[in-house]
Structures are given as structure tokens and as C-alpha cells.
Design a protein around this ligand. Structure first.
Ligand SMILES: NC(=O)c1ccc[n+]([C@@H]2O[C@H](COP(=O)([O-])OP(=O)(O)OC[C@H]3O[C@@H](n4cnc5c(N)ncnc54)[C@H](OP(=O)(O)O)[C@@H]3O)[C@@H](O)[C@H]2O)c1
Length: 254
């Protein structure tokens, strides 16, 4: 008898550690074939090994999201190997240059815009034909509540006293707009595109200062990556910082 059940194929960028690694793990536990995007082959191989040790169908792919040739090579390989992509999690991101307000490190801002925004557009475009080849693809752009203009402008909001310089929040606001535009462009297709707010998770990105675990953050991406047909598209969804309960999730304002 022929087995007609084919595992879904998911690609997570920046999946060698942190929230991305946990996202790859959770998608693997869902029975998906997980492509572990990592710019460093050694770190990718270590992540693949750790996931395979858990019995998951994981495969490291060398992917620097800012390098168009690297992105195109992975897209070509996925096309040849799988012919489609069911889940794309644009997770890779950087946060740097938190200096004094009014003395912004512009080089750091440019780097953040390149990795956190420009690369999300480039990667999504490169995989769009493969996402269209899926029965019902899901795209998750990992954003942040600090990218919510409404929240950041709220004098009573949860981040009213958070000392931030423009770069990182600006990059995540832009990710939100990218999400809204792709969701709009794809609204007549089965593809759903949403932005994820993992909440403040302890990872290398913030010197492990976060009060949530990387796995808790990854559960947000998992939820958006496995949305049913009647689920939303074009929203920012995830942890709500204003709520004391770590498991309180919902739609956030742009
Ligand atoms: N942690 C939080 O509290 C928090 C909150 C809200 C949103 N986020 C977002 O969550 C996502 C994951 O962050 P994290 O906290 O898990 O940080 P992390 O532990 O520092 O992981 C970041 C990942 O991105 C990868 N990466 C960076 N630049 C890349 C590039 N050019 N090409 C490919 N991969 C690249 C890193 O690879 P290397 O190991 O090679 O550097 C690493 O795998 C980011 O988008 C971040 O902005 C995090």
C-alpha cells in the first residue's frame, strides 16, 4: 500500500540556537521535516544533531539571510528535494547598539534593518513560489511587542519606562508592515502570513535577561505556523507584556 501521508516541510531561519532552535524542535515534534537554517555550518550541524538525537527529522541548511546567493541556493535545494515549502519562519534577528537616546549608533541600525527587515523580504520572495506550491503554507515573521507603535506610544503601556534607542524597535515595526503587506497580497490564496511576538525570552540576544524561556517564545511561532484554515492572516499575535500571566497570548495592536 502506498503511504500518501507526506510530512510537512518547514524552514526556520536562525535555528541553531535560541527561539529559532526551539521553534525547529517544536515543529519537528509536530512531525514536520525541519530545515534548520544556520549561517555557520558547524553550529547548524550541532543543532541538527541535537534535534536528531530527539528523534526528529531535522536537516541543517547553510543559510545567511543577508546573502542573496545563500538564500537562492537553499531555495533551489528545497525545490529539487521537496518541490514545496509548507512553513517558513523568518526568525533570524539581531539586536545591538542600545546606546544613549540621541546618540544612536547608525551603523548598528543599518545592520539591524538589513538582518531583521530586508532579509525577511528577500527570504520570503525567494521561497514564495515554493510556498505557493504548498496546499496551505504558513509564514511567520518573528517580530516583537517593542515594534508595536501603539504600545510604544502609550504613556501607560507596559514599556513606558523601557530605555530603547530607535534601531531595534524600528526594525520590528518594519517587520510588522512587511507582514501586513504580504498578508494583503496573498489574501486570495491559502497562505497565511503573521507576525509573532515571543515575549521577553532568555537568549543570547539579550544576555539571557528575559523572563520567559526560549521554548515559551517558540510556542508562539508554532501556533502561527500551524494555524487552521479559519485562522487569521495579517496580525501581530503572541505574548502580552501587559498581562502578568506568562501564558497570556493574543492579538497585539500594530
Ligand atoms: N529574545 C527575546 O526576548 C526576543 C523578543 C522578541 C523578539 N525576538 C526575536 O526572536 C528572534 C530570535 O531571537 P533570539 O532571542 O532567539 O536570539 P539569538 O539566540 O541571538 O538567535 C538569533 C539567531 O539568528 C541568527 N542570525 C543572526 N544573523 C543571521 C544571519 N545574517 N543569517 C542567518 N541567521 C542569522 C543567529 O545565528 P548565529 O548563531 O550564527 O549568530 C541565531 O541563530 C529574533 O528575530 C529576535 O529579534 C526575541
Amino acid at each position: 500500500m502506498t503511504d500518501t501521508h507526506e510530512a510537512k516541510v518547514a524552514l526556520v531561519t536562525g535555528a541553531n540556537k535560541g527561539i529559532g532552535f526551539q521553534t525547529a524542535r517544536l515543529l519537528g515534534l509536530e512531525g514536520m521535516t525541519v530545515l534548520v537554517g544556520a549561517r555557520d555550518p558547524g553550529r547548524g550541524a550541532a543543532a541538527e544533531r541535537a534535534l536528531r538525537d530527539e528523534g526528529l527529522d531535522a536537516r541543517a541548511v547553510r543559510l545567511d539571510v543577508t546573502d542573496g546567493r545563500s538564500v537562492a541556493a537553499v531555495a533551489a535545494w528545497v525545490e529539487k528535494t521537496h518541490g514545496r515549502l509548507d512553513v517558513l519562519v523568518n526568525n533570524a534577528g539581531i539586536a545591538e547598539g542600545w546606546g544613549a537616546f540621541g546618540d544612536t549608533d547608525l551603523a548598528a541600525v543599518r545592520r539591524m534593518l538589513e538582518v531583521n527587515v530586508v532579509a525577511v523580504i528577500g527570504v520570503t520572495d525567494a521561497f514564495l513560489p515554493l510556498l505557493r506550491a504548498s496546499a496551505a503554507a504558513r509564514v511567520v515573521n518573528v517580530s516583537s511587542e517593542v515594534g508595536s507603535i501603539a504600545t510604544m506610544a502609550d504613556p501607560d503601556g507596559p514599556f513606558r519606562d523601557l530605555p530603547v534607542t530607535p534601531g531595534y524597535p524600528v526594525s520590528k515595526s518594519a517587520v510588522n508592515m512587511v507582514t501586513a503587506l504580504y498578508a494583503r497580497a496573498l489574501r486570495d490564496t491559502p497562505i497565511k502570513v503573521n507576525a509573532a511576538n515571543p515575549g521577553y525570552c532568555a537568549t543570547d540576544l539579550n544576555g539571557h535577561g528575559g523572563h520567559r524561556t526560549a521554548e515559551q517564545g517558540a510556542r508562539v511561532s508554532l501556533r502561527l505556523a500551524t494555524l487552521p484554515e479559519d485562522g487569521p492572516s495579517g496580525v501581530l499575535w503572541g505574548h502580552l507584556a501587559a498581562e502578568p500571566d506568562q501564558e497570556c497570548h493574543g492579538v497585539l495592536p500594530w
